[in-house]
Each structure stands twice: as structure tokens, then as C-alpha cells.
Ligand binder design. Sequence first.
Ligand code: GDP
Length: 361
Amino acid sequence: SEPTDTDDTSGATLRTPIVAVLGHVDHGKTSLLDEIRGSAVTEGESGAITQHIGATAVPLDVISEIAGELVDPTDFDLPGLLFIDTPGHHSFSTLRSRGGALADIAILVVDVNDGFQPQTLEAVDILSRTQTPFIVAANKIDTTPGWNPNPHTPAQQTIDAQTDRVERDLNENLYELIGDLSDNGFSADMYWRVQDFQNNIGVVPVSAETGEGIPDLLTVMMGLSQRYMKEEMAVDVGGPAAGTVLEVTDTQGFGKTVDAIIYDGTIRSDDRIVVGGVEGPIVTEVRALLRPRPLEEIRTEGQFEQVDSVAAADGIKIAAPDLDDAMAGAPIRVVGDRDVDEVVEEVQAELADIAVETQEE
Ligand code: GDP
């Protein structure tokens, strides 16, 4: 894949919005992520989908391929969407960035037959508490009795192609779901009727099994980000990186490493960094930035390739000495030309916040 040298970047650039998937157990979070990843791999030209750590990047041109006529790529200047691979509200709550949620936007998955369930309510509470914009994926539309699947087509197209009876049954479920949302204080409607996504939740009928409605889902996410998050996505890509540790792992040949999502700036393979640890901030130096290789190259080239730098937003494995105590959910910062004590203090303050939140929950 392409080397990621970004040394000439300075000033504001629009980064990829980070997307989380939440919902009740068995409503289809994992399947939905798999379906999006699968479509992205099919539609992406070889090499267009780079392998990532802990997150899947779907670039705008791939979204545009999947969405077909729904998306005109010239309408967007955000580079695509970055999906956090671990779904569920536990990971949503523990993965934070500077005092807020790491995810910029969310997909709330609801089984259209099952409607709101306890964990749906919990997810909705968390999303409103963190003021995270979200859309609802009304999943499993293909299980409506008598459904005739039209794989990978937009929702309205496949719904129009069903018999009246099937369409009526689906609509009944969809309106019940809209009612559930309304009972919980959210004004919601089918996404194609929503004008103002800031005050209304769009509901997108989908099937993670057949890919029906996935074009719409990606289009709506893209539109929502473009419309309401463009300012937040303007980051100084050339500046020192800020990120969040997803996981602390053992990596052969590198000892303890951290998998992280970088949400601001750039991290380079020789940067000094501060990482949140069990005993407080750890000051260390990057030894290598590692990205998984495509499956077909692993046998000859090894499991990871080293890259020179990684810019927000992206997932990356970081090898460095002294990471044994590093903590999942903790902040990670590149020191850059700042005073190291200042950065240590910043990380310390965030660690204190995390500790308080954990006690409250
Ligand atoms: P999670 O617990 O929310 O991650 O749910 P999963 O993705 O594991 O899905 C739970 C079950 O529902 C699995 O057996 C999936 O195959 C199935 N499932 C998920 N989405 C769909 C869908 O759109 N249609 C159908 N027919 N089955 C689905």
C-alpha cells in the first residue's frame, strides 16, 4: 500500500468522521459492520481499502460506488467514514477523546421486529448524554414475512418492489419504532422525510444480511457529517497527534504495543509520546508504527508493515518501550515541540476524568 508521508501537511484539513455502532444484543451490530466492510472491499479498487487497526476506513469514492446514484461525490469534501470495529455501548463509553466521545456520530441498530429493548434505551441515553448525533438503522427488513430480497439496492427501491401486504407489514414495524423513539423524546421519521437532521432522527430501513438499504445508510451518514460536523472535522493534520488507546497487545518482535485511534494531528515513527497508564502517564518514544498487511502478503512479508506517519483519523498499532502499564481507553499524545511536562499534565487530567466517570457508572 501507499506510504503515508504527510510531512508537507500544515493548517486545517478535514478529517474522517469516526462512527460507532450501538444497539441491543443480537439486533445486528456485528453483521452490519461486516456488511459495510464486505461491500467496501468489493467496491474498492485493489489497495483502496487500507488495512486498519481497530477501525475500518471507507473512503468517499468507495461510498460513492456503494451508494450509486444516491451519492454525488462532488457534494462532499469530507474524506469518508471511519467505523470503530468493536460495536456496543461499552466500547462507546470507554473510548473517549478530550472529554467527549471518541465517536463523532453513531448508528443505532434496532431489529425492526423487536423494536426498543433495554440496551437500545441504554444506548439512546448515552448518545443523548454525550450529544452524539445518530441515525437509526431499522435492521432485518428481509425477515418481514414474504420479503423478496433485492440485494444491495437502496431501501425505497426494494420496498417499492415488495407486495402491498409485505410493505404494509414492514411499515407497521417501522412506525412502531418511530413511536418508540418519540416516547423517548426523539422526534423521528423515515430518513427521506427528514429535512432537519439536527432536530429529527432519520430512520433507515436496512438488512445487514442482504445489503438492502446500505447505500442509503452510508449516504445519510455522509450527509449528516458533511452538514453538521464539518467544522469539528477541521483539524491541524500537521500538528502533534492526539489519540485514544483501544487495546494493549503483545506483538511478535515488538513486545507490548498499543492499538490506537488517532483523531487529531499526525504521529510519526520517531515521535516522543505520552500514553495514559495504570500508574499515570508514561513518557516514551515511538519505535515503530505498524499496519496490518493484506492477507496475500503476510506469508512473504510478515504480518505488519512499518509506516513513517499516520494522520487523523485512522487506526494504528504503536510499538514503543515501557508500554506494559498502558491502559485501554487512555489518551495518547505526541509531544512535538511542546514542553513534555505540559503534555504529561494534559494526559494526567484526562486520566483523572476517566477515573471519575468509571466510578459514577
Ligand atoms: P449483534 O449482537 O448486535 O452484534 O448482532 P449480530 O450481528 O451478531 O446478529 C445477530 C443475529 O442476527 C445473527 O444470527 C445474524 O446473522 C442475524 N442478523 C443480523 N442482521 C440481520 C439481517 O439484516 N437479516 C437477517 N435475516 N438476519 C440478520
